[in-house]
Design a protein around this ligand. Structure first.
Ligand code: 4AD
Ligand code: MG
Length: 468
C-alpha cells in the first residue's frame, strides 16, 4: 500500500475543510459495521478518537473479493482514499477507498462484539474488548478529560502534585479492612515466640498494606508546600458489593495549610463545578451519546449542579430533617448513626433537590484526625453529597493540636509507635489545615450518567473479581 501519513478520524471529521476535500488521506481503525450490496460496501471505521466513525465507501470493482471478505466487524484496517463530501445523511464527509490493508481479522463466528446491544453485565465479562464499544469509548474519553481537568485545576491554583506511597505501614482511615503486602511464604509463615506472625522476617521488617488514603502523607506535604494534592490508586478490602464501591479506586486528595472548614467547602464546591464545566466544554458528543443511551436528564443535571449553590448544613440539622420526614427508611434514623446512601439521597434528591454539604458529624463515626469541636461530641467533618451518588467527597479540618490529637489516638487504641511521624507535624510548626478526598470513579459516575461503578473504570476490582 502506498505511504500516506495517518490522520485521526476525529481530526478528519472536525477539520474536513483543512484535511482537504478531494485530497487522499489515510485513516486506520476498527470496523464497526459493514453493509452494502454487490457493487459497493459501506464500512464504518472507528479509531477511538471520537464517538463518531467515518464512513469508508469501497467500490467492489476495485477490490478483490479475498480482501473484502476479511473486512468484517471488529477487524482492523488501514485505508487510503479520497475525502469527499457525503451525499448521504448522517455524515458530512466520507472516504472513497483507493487501497485497503487488513491489519487484523476478527472471525465473525467468534468475535464477541459481532452484534450490537450487549448488556453492560455481559460487557464486564469481556473487559478486554469493551473499550471498542461506543459506551466504553465515551466513558474512557470522559475519564481522561476529568483526570486532565483535575491536574489543570490544581496546577493553575498553585497546588503541587505530591506522590504519596501506595505501600504503607499505617491505616489512615481506621475504617474497613486493608490488603496486606507481604513477601512471606504463606505456606510457611515465620512466628514469634508468642506465636504471632513475625513481620521482622518480612520484606519491610514490619507489617505493611496497600494504602486506603494518601491523606496522612499529604498532610506532611502541606506542612511544607502549603497546598498539595494527591491523585492515586486507593485500596479497600471492604466486602461492599454495591454499585458505588470498588476494592481499587482512584482518589484525589487536596490538603491545604491555613484553610478552615469553610475554605475547604468553598474549594470542594468550586472544584467539582470546574470538573463538570470542563466535561461539558470538551466531551459534548460523548455526553450526548450517553444521554441518549442511558440517562435522558444527564446534561440538564450537570448544568443544574454548576448553576446552583450547594446547600450547607450540619449533620445534626440533617438528622432533624430526616426524622421529621415521613419517609420509610430501611435503616432507622437517630443522632449518632452513620448516614446510609438512602438517607443521603433523600436529603439531596427529595428535600433540597440539589447537592448538599453536611458538616460537624459525631466524632465516633469519623476518623481520628478530624478537628474536635468544643461540644466534645462532634468533629469538623464535611461530606459532599450528590444526586444519584450520595457521598462523593469526604473531608475535614484537621486536628492541629498535639495534645488533643495524641489523646484521641490513645482513646481509639491506635498504636502511637505507628503514628510518631504524623504527631511530629503537630509538635514542630503545627498549623490549621484542611483537606478532602474526591472519589474519582464516583465523579465519573456522576458526569457520565452511568449507574454502576464497574462501568466507569477500565478493569474493575470487586470481591471475587480480578480478571484482566
Ligand atoms: O470518605 P473517605 O473514606 O475519606 C478519606 O479517605 C479521607 N482520607 C479523604 C481526605 O480527607 N483526604 O473517602 C473519600 C471518597 C469518598 O467520599 C468516596 O467518594 C470515595 O472516596 N470512596 C470510594 N469510591 C469507590 N469505592 C470505594 N470503596 C470508596 N470508598 C471511598
Ligand atoms: Mg467518607
Amino acid at each position: 500500500m502506498s505511504e500516506t501519513k495517518r490522520t485521526k478520524i476525529a481530526q478528519v471529521l472536525k477539520h474536513h475543510a483543512e484535511s482537504g476535500i478531494g485530497n487522499t488521506i489515510n485513516i486506520k481503525g476498527w470496523v464497526r459495521t459493514k453493509r452494502g450490496n454487490k457493487n459497493v460496501a459501506f464500512i464504518a471505521v472507528n479509531d477511538g478518537s471520537s464517538i463518531n466513525s467515518i464512513q469508508v465507501v469501497a467500490d467492489l470493482a476495485n477490490f478483490s473479493e479475498e480482501v473484502m471478505k476479511l473486512v468484517t466487524t471488529g477487524s482492523c484496517i488501514s485505508v487510503n482514499g479520497i475525502l469527499v463530501e457525503s451525499p448521504g445523511s448522517g455524515q458530512a464527509v466520507e472516504i472513497h477507498a483507493k487501497e485497503i490493508e487488513v491489519y487484523g481479522t476478527a472471525d465473525a463466528e467468534t468475535y464477541p462484539l459481532q452484534k450490537k446491544g450487549h448488556t453492560l453485565e455481559f460487557l464486564r465479562e469481556i473487559a478486554h474488548l469493551r473499550p471498542r464499544t461506543n459506551t466504553f469509548g465515551a466513558v474512557l474519553r470522559i475519564r481522561h478529560h476529568v483526570a486532565f481537568a483535575i491536574h489543570k485545576y490544581f496546577n493553575d491554583r498553585g497546588f503541587y502534585y505530591l506522590h504519596t506511597p501506595i505501600i504503607t505501614g499505617s491505616d489512615a482511615e481506621g475504617a474497613g479492612a486493608m490488603f496486606h503486602v507481604t513477601t512471606l511464604d504463606l505456606n510457611n509463615i515465620p512466628k514469634t515466640a508468642e506465636g504471632e506472625v513475625d513481620f521482622k522476617e518480612d520484606f519491610f521488617g514490619k507489617s505493611t498494606n496497600l494504602t486506603v488514603s494518601g491523606q496522612l502523607e499529604g498532610e506532611l506535604g502541606a506542612m511544607a508546600l502549603s497546598e498539595i494534592y494527591t491523585f492515586g490508586p486507593t485500596f479497600r478490602a471492604e466486602n461492599s458489593n454495591t454499585p458505588r464501591h470498588l476494592a481499587e479506586f482512584w482518589m484525589i486528595e487536596p490538603e491545604m495549610a491555613f484553610y478552615d472548614i469553610t475554605d475547604n467547602m468553598d474549594l470542594a464546591e468550586d472544584f467539582v463545578k470546574y470538573i463538570i464545566r470542563h466535561v461539558l466544554d470538551h466531551c459534548y458528543d460523548d455526553l450526548e451519546f450517553l444521554q441518549k443511551m442511558y440517562d435522558n436528564e444527564l446534561i440538564s443535571r450537570l448544568n443544574f449542579v454548576i448553576e446552583n449553590n450547594f446547600e450547607r448544613l450540619s449533620y445534626t440539622r440533617a438528622i432533624e430533617i430526616l426524622t421529621a420526614s415521613k419517609q420509610k427508611f430501611e435503616f432507622p434514623v437517630a443522632w449518632g448513626i452513620d448516614l446510609q446512601a438512602e438517607h443521603e439521597r433523600y436529603l439531596v434528591e427529595q428535600h433540597f433537590k440539589k447537592p448538599v454539604i453536611l458538616t460537624d458529624y459525631p466524632k465516633d463515626i469519623k476518623a481520628f484526625y478530624m478537628k474536635q469541636n468544643d461540644d466534645g461530641k462532634t468533629v469538623r467533618a464535611m461530606d459532599v453529597l450528590f444526586p444519584r451518588i450520595g457521598e462523593i467527597i469526604g473531608g475535614s479540618q484537621r486536628e492541629e493540636n498535639y495534645e488533643k490529637l495524641k489523646a484521641r489516638i490513645a482513646e481509639l487504641g491506635i498504636p502511637e509507635k505507628d503514628m510518631w511521624w504524623y504527631l511530629e507535624t503537630r509538635k514542630f510548626g503545627t498549623a490549621p489545615h484542611s483537606g478532602f478526598g474526591l472519589g474519582f470513579e464516583r465523579m465519573i459516575l456522576f458526569v457520565t450518567g452511568m449507574a454502576n461503578i464497574r462501568d466507569v473504570i477500565p478493569f474493575p476490582r470487586t470481591p471475587q473479581n480480578a480478571e484482566f
